[in-house]
Design a protein around this ligand. Structure first.
Ligand SMILES: O=C(O)c1ccccc1NCC(=O)[C@H](O)[C@H](O)COP(=O)(O)O
Length: 243
């Protein structure tokens, strides 16, 4: 049975970004989508869900300090507001494992944070999941190398390259995305904190759909500070640029 998906059409309407063509320049989205990643603590999960982020990310990579493991049970995810996309984050897992985990936890979306191939993205997309493919950004980005992923991904996610596959708390040079020219909207990730709110709200990058918030809002790995997240969402959503 397919996991029910939140309303993608509503996201498209709200942001003007999901789907086949990413906006550029003057066509910039009316508001940034917000994904809060690395949810693990039950109390924080309830508080953060009440802030109504567009996406909540759950890490299913055993090596991560944010690994869901036995910290959360499917019922806790299934009790979340249906409008929030529940994203499972995986690193180099098999398609079968991802599909089984998605079914078990009621995930409507997957974020692939390893060396997953376009064919694997295609298989997951064909299974009815929203697919985000993450790419690590170092000193440069080769957008042409991402072309094979374009037909099979709903979003890309650009994250800072670091020692771990994700959650490094490092910020990369966002100017590297100024040359983005692919028709897949993307999330900006990597070390984002409250101190970036104003800059992010004013940011105009081609294809930018949303921001991904993680370790910059934690009191411990997987434990989000809902008060700071509330401040961030308020600033991102009330910024003149995104009215
Ligand atoms: O956060 C993790 O621990 C993690 C581990 C392995 C793969 C992915 C992981 N996180 C995925 C995310 O989307 C993070 O939000 C992203 O890497 C940015 O994290 P941060 O630099 O802490 O803001």
């Amino acid at each position: 049975m397919k996991t029910p998906r939140p309303n993608l059409a509503a996201l498209v309407q709200a942001t003007g970004v999901a789907g086949a063509s990413a906006p550029t320049g003057a066509d910039a989205p009316p508001r940034l989508l917000v994904k809060v990643c690395g949810m693990r603590d039950a109390d924080a999960l309830t508080k953060v869900a009440a802030l109504k982020p567009d996406f909540l990310g759950f890490i299913f990579a055993p090596a991560s300090p944010r690994f869901v493991g036995a910290a959360l049970v499917p019922e806790q995810l299934q009790a979340l507001p249906p409008a929030i996309w529940k994203v499972g984050v995986f690193v180099n897992e098999t398609t079968d494992h991802i599909l089984q985990t998605a079914e078990h936890f009621g995930l409507a979306a997957v974020q692939l944070h390893g060396h997953e191939t376009p064919a694997q993205c295609a298989a997951l997309s064909e299974a009815g999941l929203l697919v985000m493919k993450a790419f690590s950004v170092g000193e440069a980005v080769d957008f042409a190398a991402l072309l094979p992923y374009v037909p099979h991904c709903d979003y890309f996610l650009f994250d800072a390259k670091g020692a771990a596959p994700g959650g490094n708390g490092l910020v990369f040079n966002w100017k590297l995305l100024q040359g983005y020219n692919l028709p897949v909207p993307y999330f900006l990730a990597g070390g984002l904190g409250l101190e970036h709110a104003a800059e992010l709200a004013a940011l105009r990058l081609p294809g930018l759909a949303g921001v991904d918030l993680n370790s910059g809002f934690e009191t411990a790995p997987g434990v989000k500070n809902a008060t700071r997240l509330a401040q961030m969402l308020t600033q991102l959503r009330s910024g003149a640029s995104f009215l």
